[in-house]
Design a protein around this ligand. Structure first.
Ligand SMILES: Nc1ncnc2c1ncn2[C@@H]1O[C@H](COP(=O)(O)OP(=O)(O)OP(=O)(O)O)[C@@H](O)[C@H]1O
Length: 305
């Protein structure tokens, strides 16, 4: 599998805000790569750097093996399609006019797919884009994005605010198109169910940094919760280890979230007479929460007096 996107030491600052810091991301060809992180973590900025909407403060972006700064905008436009949740271009055109423009813009335009998608979405072709609902506008953008048959589709919270039926429909179509065209998808989302449903790889961002980037399977195989009952105090030294991401104790119950070999921890806990040792995987929600806490991410506490 070749890599279709690679960022090397990528950084972007806005004045004193370091939105993206030393980002090294490798997106393999054909992968469905999810990007998650808290509000303001730097996801949109990273995607805008990857699609050439922002100039990096430092570092480099490679798309389809070439340095982004050396790729002609026209070629990039055809090979990489970007859809963000904000307002799209040409809001005053009618749907049919917009599709005429798009057909001229993309050499690989797939008319059969366009017709299938138009029928599936029942888009009112005579209406002006700005008069369409948000969901219909987004459907139109996916008609264009998928009919253009790009090699890479970059989605930035593209399903935000859509009703669950439209959202599921769009995600399903993206997966179908990705399989049919061997298209790579890089998408940022706050919705972990989208990661669960779509992604085979996932990168987690916190405070502008990529703190984890790997396959979803390896992430879930690597981190576990080890629980036990321990009716005597244990030295802090035993538990404080770089691979212990969280320690939680209530009475005699102890829970450790550990990164890496769980057998080591079973052995350590057995050696201090722990009983009822149990190991289980964590769901994505717990995993991301713990990873972000690890990175020092805390929601500001709000006090009402
Ligand atoms: N054009 C800009 N000018 C100034 N600051 C910006 C600009 N774009 C982003 N930022 C700042 O960069 C940081 C990262 O923002 P970004 O939008 O990339 O985060 P995000 O992870 O996509 O957040 P969200 O999930 O809330 O959309 C934030 O502090 C944001 O305020």
């Amino acid at each position: 599998m070749n890599d279709v996107i690679e960022t090397r030491g990528l950084a972007k600052s806005f004045g004193r805000v370091h939105a993206v810091v030393d980002a090294n991301l490798i997106v393999p060809s054909g992968s469905i790569y999810g990007l998650v992180g808290a509000n303001g973590a730097g996801k949109s900025t990273l995607l805008r750097l990857v699609v050439g909407r922002f100039q990096p403060s430092s570092g480099e972006v490679y798309v389809l093996g070439e340095n982004l700064s050396a790729i002609s905008p026209k070629l990039l436009y055809e090979r990489l399609h970007y859809i963000a949740g904000d307002i799209g271009a040409y809001p005053d055109l009618r749907v049919a006019e917009m599709l005429n423009v798009a057909r001229l813009m993309y050499r690989k335009w797939d008319k059969t797919r366009e017709a299938q998608l138009l029928e599936a979405f029942s888009l009112p072709t005579k209406q002006r884009i700005r008069h369409l609902s948000k969901g219909k506008q987004m459907q139109l953008r996916f008609v264009i994005g998928l009919s253009a048959r790009p090699e890479i589709l970059v989605l930035d919270e593209a399903t935000n605010g859509l009703d669950p039926v439209v959202k599921q429909q769009l995600l399903h179509l993206v997966l179908e198109a990705a399989a049919a065209d061997e298209m790579t998808v890089l998408f940022a989302t706050q919705q972990l169910e989208e990661i669960e449903r779509m992604a085979d790889h996932v990168a987690v961002m916190a405070n502008g940094r990529i703190i984890s980037a790997q396959t979803l399977d390896s992430l879930q195989e690597r981190i576990h919760e080890v629980c036990c009952v321990l009716d005597r105090p244990v030295s802090a030294q035993l538990l404080q280890h770089p691979n212990v991401l969280r320690i939680w104790r209530q009475g005699t119950y102890l829970s450790l979230v550990v990164d890496g070999d769980v057998d080591v921890w079973k052995h350590r806990l057995t050696s201090v007479n722990a009983e009822y040792i149990d190991v289980h995987s964590l769901d994505l929600y717990e995993l991301f929460h713990i990873m972000m806490e690890e990175e020092g991410y805390r929601r500001d506490r709000v006090h009402f007096s």
